[in-house]
Design a protein around this ligand. Sequence first.
Ligand code: OGA
Ligand code: NI
Length: 350
Amino acid sequence: MANSKAFVADLASSVSHVPAKYIRPTSDRPNLSEFWSTLDDSSIPVIDLQDLRGPSRPIVIKEIGQACKDYGFFQVKNHGVSSTVIDAMFRVSREFFQLPESERLKIHSNDPMKEVRLASSFNVNTEHVSNWRDYLRLFCHPLEDYIHQWPSNPPSFREAAAEYCRNARELALTLLDAISESLGLERDYINTVLGKHGQHMAVNYYPPCPQPELTYGLTGHTDPNAITLLLQDDVPGLQVLNNDKWLPVKPIPYAFFVNIGDQIQVISNDRYKSVRHRALVNSEKERISIPTFYCPSADAVIGPAPPLTDDDIDNHHPAFYRRFAYSEFYRKFWSRGLAEENCLDMFKIK
Ligand code: OGA
Ligand code: NI
C-alpha cells in the first residue's frame, strides 16, 4: 500500500494525490503563485568573501554584521569551496537517492540521536502533519569518529562527502570569526564558546509532488545549531521570513545560503536573529539541498556573551537567556514538533 512506504521518494511516483497525512490545514498552506512570481526580485543580500583576507576585511565584516542584524541570513560567493568539490557532493547525493528502496531501508531510522540515518519528513515521533521530504543525516566532526558509519553505497560517497565536509567546516570557521568580529567580540570568541565543536550534515531530497499547494517539503522552523551553510541545486523551493513576509531564495549556482541558528541568537543576546525558513515543493522536478549544521559540542555551555549584556536598566541589554549545555538544547529541539513555538523560548529569562 502506498501509504505504508517508509520514504516519500518511493510514494511520490505512484500517487496522483497527496495522501492525507501530508495535507496542511487551509490556514497553513504555501502560496505558490506568490513564491514563483517574486522569485526574480528577491532581495537576499549576497556577500563576496573574496576580500575577507585583505585590507578590506573590515568592510566585509560590516556587510556580514548588517545582514545578520537586518535579515539573519545572506548568500556568500567566492567562499573558497571549489565547484569540483560541490559538484562531487551533488553527484553522490543524487546517486544515493537513486539507490533501490531496499538499499535505502538498511539505514532507515527515526531516532534523532542516531549519528547516521535516513529518515522521512522531520520527526515522525512528534509531528502531526508530514513533510514531503526524505533526508540523510550524518554527523561529520570529528570526521574520523563517524566516517566509517556513513553510507558505503554509492562507492564514492564517503570520499566526496568527507572532502565536502572539510571544506564546509573551513568556511563555517571563517564565517564564525567574521561574525564574532562583527559583534565587537574577540575574533575567536564564538570558536572558543563552541567547545570541541560539532558538525552535522543533511542531504534533503524533495521528490516532485502531485499537489504542491497542499503541503511543505519542510515546514517553517529555525535551525537549532550555531550557523547553517546550505547548498541548493538549481530548483527553487527555499523561503525565508523577513519582516513578516516570506521571501523566496533564488538559487545562485555554487553559492551558499547562510543562516544564523539559535545558538548565535543566544550568544549575540538577540542582536542577531535565527529566522524561520521553510521549503516548498513543485510538481515537476525533484530538489536536493545540502545543509551543513555547524554547532557547539554537546558539552559546550552556551549563553549570552558577557560583553553584549549589561545590568544597566536603561540600556535594556540584560542577559535574555540562561546558560545551558548544548546537549540540553538539542534534546529539547528534537523532542518537540518543528512547527511549535521557538525552542529558544524555553531558555529565555522571563
Ligand atoms: C533544513 C532546511 C531548507 C531547504 O534542512 O534545516 O532548512 O531548502 N532546509 O532544504
Ligand atoms: Ni533549516
